[in-house]
Design a protein around this ligand. Structure first.
Ligand SMILES: Cc1cc2nc3c(=O)[nH]c(=O)nc-3n(C[C@H](O)[C@H](O)[C@H](O)COP(=O)(O)OP(=O)(O)OC[C@H]3O[C@@H](n4cnc5c(N)ncnc54)[C@H](O)[C@@H]3O)c2cc1C
Length: 431
């Protein structure tokens, strides 16, 4: 089949990869000049989510004070956005958290084996390294991470629950003051450079043939008919729009992997994805004192802020701002941006003091979609020719490869690897 993929982030390129592997011809349309320029660019490097990184559960949004939850909630006082936060709140009970994670787990496993397969097959080197250390401040946070530890045990993920002293013995640069409760070390937890992986995967596809990349082109709308699917491209030069014919690419199916832009692209078909925009931030700060730089990636487990070394810089990512759906395209106010970046600065001072020159950091922000039930929107979107791979939240680096495989299997009409309850839970048209 001929399949059009909208979006050249990790989700779109992974979808192209899995579709090609299943024997389809693919055209990827990306509005930027190259791939991996959206949310994929700002990733913090954590390859696959553990129960401690998913964006739902007992520690997530446990109160609306940004100082403790790490999320600035600007959803207003009424309407759907508030209902969305309430639904997320329902996943804070350990039973609901465990049930949701159990549905996600097969996708994590499929994504992991797809990533390993691509890495080995094409000998890819995208700065992979192992070792994650999650830290918790107080005993209240520590007790809230217990359901996640229970899931690590249940799914046999090797890990070590550590006291504060054990954390410091492992990572000498963590300061003993102010006192903190402890942490969890996952030795096999993986970090890697997501944009580098995406570019390498594109190169593999360029070399193999069968996948065409239309970069610098924006899809303005999708057309679905019973026998064909097509996308309309916005004119290259808007000023000359009236003088040009509308350019159309036709195929047998369309996969929308356009990050936050997925929502407006599929809205005309009456598909309302259960997703809300979340703006996330990154500080890339030059190393200040080499001897203070943590040797491992540190993650503030309650605030979901990751601190990791990338070459001569420290990358501090998190600082989420949850918005109303109609604010996707609006820039954040200066005050909100400052509050989000302040969270990152604080985390760096708390867990890696002296390591980075925050005053000289370059700030970056990116938009992600978050679902109220914690799972991405993946699969057929109500019309036989329309598919979606989006809404991976802030944990979509490698998950996208597993989702892409499901979409390739659905388009090919082959039996999916994932169990039916996970497929139903991922469906873009779930209730
Ligand atoms: C600060 C930050 C830190 C993160 N840290 C992690 C992490 O540690 N681990 C993890 O797993 N995940 C992390 N994430 C999340 C992860 O980066 C995302 O889940 C993933 O990158 C989503 O990829 P995507 O392809 O869906 O979206 P994007 O990367 O946003 O790609 C969508 C693409 O579609 C293109 N597009 C949109 N509309 C159109 C159109 N109309 N026509 C053509 N092209 C279009 C865009 O230009 C863009 O390139 C983080 C995200 C952020 C912002």
């Amino acid at each position: 089949m001929d399949v059009i993929v909208i979006g050249g982030g990790i989700a779109g390129v992974a979808t192209a990869y899995q579709l090609r592997a299943a024997g389809h011809r693919v055209c990827v349309v990306e509005r930027h000049a190259t791939v991996a320029q959206g949310a994929t660019y700002g990733h913090s490097g954590v390859v696959l989510p553990s129960p401690l990184d998913v964006w739902f559960g007992p520690t997530f949004l446990r109160d609306r004070r940004q100082s403790s939850s790490g999320v600035i909630c600007k959803t207003g006082f009424g309407g759907p956005a508030r209902a969305f936060v309430k639904r997320l709140g329902a996943l804070r009970s350990s039973e609901a958290f465990a049930a949701r994670y159990a549905l996600l787990r097969p996708l994590i496993d499929t994504a992991e084996s797809a990533l390993d397969d691509a890495t080995n097959r094409f000998q890819l080197d995208y700065e992979q390294r192992e070792g994650l250390l999650y830290l918790v401040r107080g005993n209240d946070e520590r007790s809230l991470t217990q359901p996640a530890l229970e899931l690590l045990r249940r799914f046999e993920v090797p890990h070590h629950a550590l006291s504060a002293a054990e954390c410091i013995a492992f990572e000498h640069n963590i300061p003993p003051e102010p006192p903190f409760a402890g942490g969890v070390r996952i030795e096999a937890g993986r970090m890697a450079n997501c944009p580098l992986f995406v570019k390498q995967l594109k190169q593999v596809l360029d070399n193999q043939g069968g996948v065409q990349f239309q970069t610098g082109r924006e899809v303005s709308s999708i057309r679905l008919e019973s026998g064909r699917a097509a996308v309309e491209l916005a004119p290259r030069l808007p000023a000359h729009a009236s003088a040009r014919e509308v350019e159309v690419i036709s195929g047998d199916a369309v996969v929308v992997a356009a990050g936050a832009q997925t929502l407006p692209l599929i809205a005309p078909f009456g598909v309302k994805l259960p997703l809300y925009p979340l703006r996330m931030h990154t500080l890339n700060a030059p190393v200040a004192h080499e001897e203070c730089v943590p040797h491992t990636t540190i993650i503030d487990a309650a605030k979901r802020i990751a601190i990791t070394r990338m070459n001569h810089r420290l990358r501090i990512s998190g600082g989420a701002v949850l918005l109303r759906a109609n604010q996707v395209d609006e820039p954040l106010t200066e005050a909100l941006t400052e509050s989000a970046l302040a969270l990152l600065g604080e985390a760096s001072r708390d867990w890696a003091p002296g390591a980075a020159r925050i005053s000289a950091a370059l700030a970056w922000e990116g938009m992600k979609l978050l679902s109220a039930d914690g799972l991405p929107a993946v699969g057929n979107a109500g019309h036989p020719r329309l598919f979606v791979n989006a809404g991976h939240g802030p944990a979509g680096w490698a998950l996208a490869l597993g989702s892409a495989k499901l979409i390739a299997q659905q388009i090919s009409g082959t039996s999916p690897d994932l169990p039916a309850d996970t497929i139903n839970a991922l469906s873009p048209v779930r209730g």
